[in-house]
Design a protein around this ligand. Structure first.
Ligand code: ZN
Length: 323
């Protein structure tokens, strides 16, 4: 245990056999999953406070990804299914949820990444409707802070078909390392074919937008919000540390994909990670810090409420949702 006395934990205890299979000898036989997940997905949003800041996670939907052996380079589909089962999740496919973190601080409304823009998966694209349910007016978005340039994080900035800006009045904050990678003239020829269209779309949009601000690692991008590089998933993948008084939130973005697989097994390498070794090193470094500090985190692919804490658990980590 890591000293979360008083924290409202909800735990799903699985059989010892499944636990040993999942975490290896010495693992703590506890798996965390939100019993409120289905209700919160239907509701569309979840609110909590970090110091004076109101945080809202808003659900955009899910990608029901068919299993394929290429998804995790060093785990089989059978091992993937076993890990999903151990976490109490459906095993017939990998459910990859999308959830955007919003902050209300003073009179500012800030969002981290922008959702899929209803351009990626038939079951995703609910962000605009759910923002309305959560009382977030898209016209009042002051700042969009981008973690990295994968489609599920930036297509919500671009109208389908025209590429017109969805948030033309907002500051769009982007990590310079990420921006430089994708806008390099030579990058398209170096990318796998499946990523070339993405690079072309980035090059047709961001450089033409006057409201894009490039930031370096460690920059305070808005009052109390500091960029913290966690490279590997992409060249410039960046987390953000939000502080209010003595309270902190870390926006993990894609430090891991779904926690049932990649928090539990930090050494599993997803096909989405551009540099799997670096991504794993970043994952362990940031997780060890948020475990030590007992910091609240949000995760883009963590499913609702998409907010919680990370605990050390055997050879890996466990995500313990706030609700
Ligand atoms: Zn993602």
């Amino acid at each position: 245990m890591n000293g979360q006395s008083g924290f409202n934990r909800r735990e799903v205890v699985v059989s010892a056999a499944a636990a040993f299979a999942a975490v290896g000898l010495g693992g703590r036989v506890v798996f965390a999953k939100s019993p409120a997940e289905a209700d919160l997905m239907a509701k569309g949003f979840y609110k909590f406070n970090v110091g004076d800041i109101e945080v809202t996670t808003v659900f955009d939907g899910v990608w029901e990804k068919a299993h394929d052996e290429a998804f995790i380079s060093n785990a089989t589909v059978d091992e993937t299914k076993a890990a999903l089962k151990a976490a109490g999740q459906a095993t017939d496919m990998v459910n990859i949820p999308f959830t955007v973190t919003f902050l209300k601080t003073g009179d500012r409304t800030i969002m981290f990444d922008s959702g899929t823009g209803a351009q990626l998966s038939p079951k995703a694209g609910r962000l605009a409707a759910n923002m309305q349910l959560a009382g977030i007016d898209p016209k009042k978005i002051d700042t969009v802070i981008v973690t990295h340039f994968h489609p599920d994080h930036i297509f919500g900035l671009m109208e389908k078909g025209t590429n017109a800006q969805v948030y033309p009045e907002a500051r769009i904050i982007v990590p310079n390392t990420e921006y430089a990678f994708w806008t390099d003239a030579g990058v398209i020829g170096k990318l796998p074919e499946r990523r070339q269209g993405l690079a072309k779309r980035i090059q047709a949009t961001f450089p033409t937008w006057k409201n894009v601000e490039r930031i370096e690692d460690g920059a305070e991008v808005a009052p109390g919000i500091v960029a913290a590089a966690a490279y590997g998933h992409t060249a410039g993948h960046t987390t953000y540390v939000v502080g209010s008084g003595k309270d902190q939130l870390v926006v993990l973005a894609d430090l891991t994909n779904v926690p049932a697989l990649f928090a539990r097994h930090p050494d599993w390498h997803a096909a989405f990670d551009a540099d799997p070794q670096m991504a794993e090193a970043s994952r362990r470094r940031v997780f060890d810090r948020v475990v030590a500090d007992n910091t609240i985190i949000t995760g883009y692919h963590y499913g609702m409420p998409a907010a919680g804490r990370i605990e050390k658990d055997g050879n890996g980590y466990a995500y313990v949702p706030l609700a």
